[in-house]
Write a protein that binds this ligand. Structure first.
Ligand code: ADP
Ligand code: MG
Length: 248
């Protein structure tokens, strides 16, 4: 056993080449339990590609991604989801013509077998879980509302709720507060701080106020490599970080 098993997520020497171009280049990244890690960096730095690699959407050229001792680079997207990795994309993928309740209900884990899916019923247990998650994402007053009628920020929260109901141990969010109002950004920060209890949260974000508010540690990515990593105060005063990213 190596000491890396202490981390929920251990990425080592991870590289992906697209026709010879290394979008992610020998990356090492370690995320702790209960940690909110924020990845920042200029457009094209490779941030979204790192999430694509972790969730199995993109296959690594070389390197290792270990999650709770599992080697994710050898697993399918489905297996990765089932192992406890939830990922929110930039555009919310909710069902606009279903209610908030129904959106959460369809995301409730239905068991691992076809039989489990067929036998699925709206039990008291499901209802209680949906209501608990709706409270967590500040949508308890909107359970009967069609998702298409929610504000942009509320739709983002609903999608976070659809991931939370599956109880992921690693939750990954790509630019969750883009397009949100100041109040929605503040509430989203509070939400992420609540839900990092008992799980790890990996966030890509450009909004520096928000990053400062939520990040336990910040990783600055540039040309597929780590430019700087550490506490926000340290990262944001680093001359290289200011030059390639924060100065713009
Ligand atoms: P970021 O999220 O930091 O803005 P990305 O991870 O989206 O950056 O992209 C990093 C680089 O990799 C970009 O130059 C992008 O064009 C390239 N890239 C990402 N995905 C692919 C792909 N599937 N095929 C080819 N090039 C890609
Ligand atoms: Mg991106």
């Amino acid at each position: 056993m190596s000491s890396n098993t202490d981390f929920v997520l251990s990425i080592e020497d991870l590289t992906v080449s697209f026709d010879g171009f290394k979008a992610v280049d020998s990356l090492n990244l370690y995320v702790d339990k209960n940690e909110i890690r924020v990845v920042i960096g200029p457009n094209g730095a490779g941030k979204t590609t790192v999430l694509d690699l972790i969730c199995g959407k993109t296959r690594a050229t070389s390197g290792s991604i270990r999650f709770k001792g599992l080697e994710l680079t050898r697993m399918s997207e489905h297996q990765i989801v089932r192992s406890g990795v939830g990922r929110k994309f930039q555009n919310p993928s909710i069902y606009e013509n279903l209610t908030v309740f129904e959106n959460l209900e369809v995301s409730y884990p239905k068991g691992r077998t076809v039989f489990g899916a067929l036998a699925f019923k709206r039990t008291a247990e499901v209802i209680a879980k949906v209501e608990e998650i709706a409270r967590e994402i500040m949508l308890e007053e909107f359970l009967g509302t069609e998702a298409g009628l929610l504000s942009h920020g509320q739709k983002q929260w609903l999608e976070i709720g659809m991931l939370l109901i599956q109880d992921p141990e690693l939750l990954m969010l790509d630019e969750p507060v883009a397009g949100m109002s100041a109040r929605e950004r503040e509430l989203t920060g509070q939400l992420l701080k609540r839900i990092c209890n008992n799980r790890s949260v990996l966030v890509i974000e450009h909004d520096m106020e928000f990053v400062k508010n939520i990040a336990h540690k910040v990783t600055v990515l540039h040309q597929g490599k780590i430019l700087k990593e550490g506490l926000m105060e340290v990262v944001q005063s680093d001359p290289k970080v200011i030059e390639v990213y924060l100065g713009h």
